[in-house]
Write a protein that binds this ligand. Structure first.
Ligand code: NAD
Length: 361
């Protein structure tokens, strides 16, 4: 039976790389029934100002699986991030970002195979923010002062960082299950419990409790700033990292940089009943519609989706075809060439054609 998958092209470069990914997934021979749905600024007007229409959410809930292109978020103003809302509405609490070196990618390291698991419903991303000068901010600032604390400066915006036992436990349990499923041996928990005792402290204590029930996997922890240095100096010492939302976002970009950049960094968001697959990178609006950018990060997210659907053989075949293409270095986009102005760089759809040719060879 065909796998029913919600397909969200997104905006900016999203539609081009999503189409390239859909084509290579179809070329694996696995049968898909694609259900295209919209989200993002471009479709707001047609949906009463809502950049995340209810039909899109319903389709993902019904199918349980979605492949998604990136979606632009206006900085500092405008609507709340569609990506953050999607995670909250579908309770996608665990984001997985594998970072692996493929031969042929120019990197400072050549043997990295690291998975970042990031909590995605809590922390500063929870969207509990109060603008400086709003009645809510003034009330909260007064409450804070009445309870023995002082804001360093009165002209402050306020953002709340909730971290719970429930949220921590389920993402750390997810990390242990994932480690076991994928044959990984070591999880490092990232935190700043030395400074934020009641949020990161609770995160670390809860993670240690979960680890105590999973003695088959090695568990340790690192303070986030130390982890930054460790990852850049000795990335090979780490296997999986589990992190709260904000640090996890930064570590996944850092790890993407270690393996050759955003062009090769896939991702997936998991809840209990739903999984959404998308690249780590954003919508790179300045390249939209130019058939120029690299579709490989979304294609590798497609590989993760195949494994999630139990199509392991097709997942391995597609990953091997992509790895081959990267190793040859011929049919790749500008960002994977030795020089960014290399005239032999190919376009987004040409990468898809070349991967399909390999799958069909
Ligand atoms: P970005 O990842 O879109 O782009 C940063 C730079 O990385 C680009 O200018 C480009 O040089 C390079 N790049 C990114 N993807 C590439 C690709 N596939 N091939 C080649 N080069 C690529 O990051 P940004 O500029 O910070 O964000 C742009 C928008 O995307 C913002 O609105 C942001 O909120 C949004 N965003 C969305 C998601 C998501 O949908 N999950 C994730 C991150 C950012």
């Amino acid at each position: 039976m065909a796998h029913r998958v919600t397909l969200i092209p997104g905006d900016g470069i999203g539609p081009e790389i999503t189409e390239a990914t859909r084509r290579v997934l179809d070329a694996t021979g696995v049968e898909f029934e694609w259900h295209p749905q919209q989200a993002g600024a471009d479709v707001m007007d047609a949906h009463g100002g809502d950049p995340l229409p209810p039909e899109t959410l319903e389709s993902i809930r019904r199918n349980g699986v979605a492949l998604k292109g990136p979606i632009t978020t206006p900085v500092g103003e405008g609507f709340r991030s569609v990506n953050v809302r999607l995670r909250n509405e579908l309770d996608l609490y665990a984001q997985v970002r594998p970072c692996k070196t493929y031969k042929g990618v120019r990197t400072r390291f050549d043997d990295i195979d690291l998975v970042i698991v990031r909590e995605t419903t809590e922390d500063n991303y929870a969207g509990i923010e109060y603008a400086y000068g709003s009645p809510e901010e003034e009330e909260l600032a007064a409450w804070i002062e009445a309870h023995g604390n002082r804001l360093p400066n009165p002209d402050s915006g306020l953002s709340i960082k909730p971290i719970s036992i429930t949220g921590t436990r389920r993402v750390v349990e997810f990390a242990f299950d994932y480690a076991r499923r994928m044959g990984r041996k070591h999880i490092t928990c990232v935190h700043k419990a030395n400074i934020m005792k009641f949020t990161d402290g609770l995160w670390l204590r809860t993670a240690r409790e979960v680890a105590a029930g999973n003695p088959d996997i090695r568990f340790d922890d690192r303070i986030a700033d130390n982890m930054c240095m460790q990852l850049v100096q000795w990335p090979e010492d780490y296997d999986m990292i589990v992190a709260p939302n904000l640090y996890g976002d930064m570590f996944s970009d850092l790890a993407a940089g270690l393996v050759g950049g955003l062009g090769v960094a896939p991702g997936a968001n998991y809840g209990n009943d739903v999984a959404v697959f998308e690249p780590t990178h954003g919508s790179a609006p300045k390249y939209a519609g130019q058939n120029k950018v690299n579709p490989i990060a979304e294609m590798l997210s497609g590989v993760m989706m195949l494994h999630h659907l139990g199509e392991h053989e097709a997942g391995e075949r597609l990953e091997a075809a992509i790895a081959d293409l990267i190793r040859e270095g011929k049919s790749v986009t500008y960002d994977m060439k030795p020089r960014r102005d290399d005239p032999t760089a190919v376009g987004t759809s040409d990468v898809a054609d070349a991967v399909i040719a390999k799958l069909e060879a």
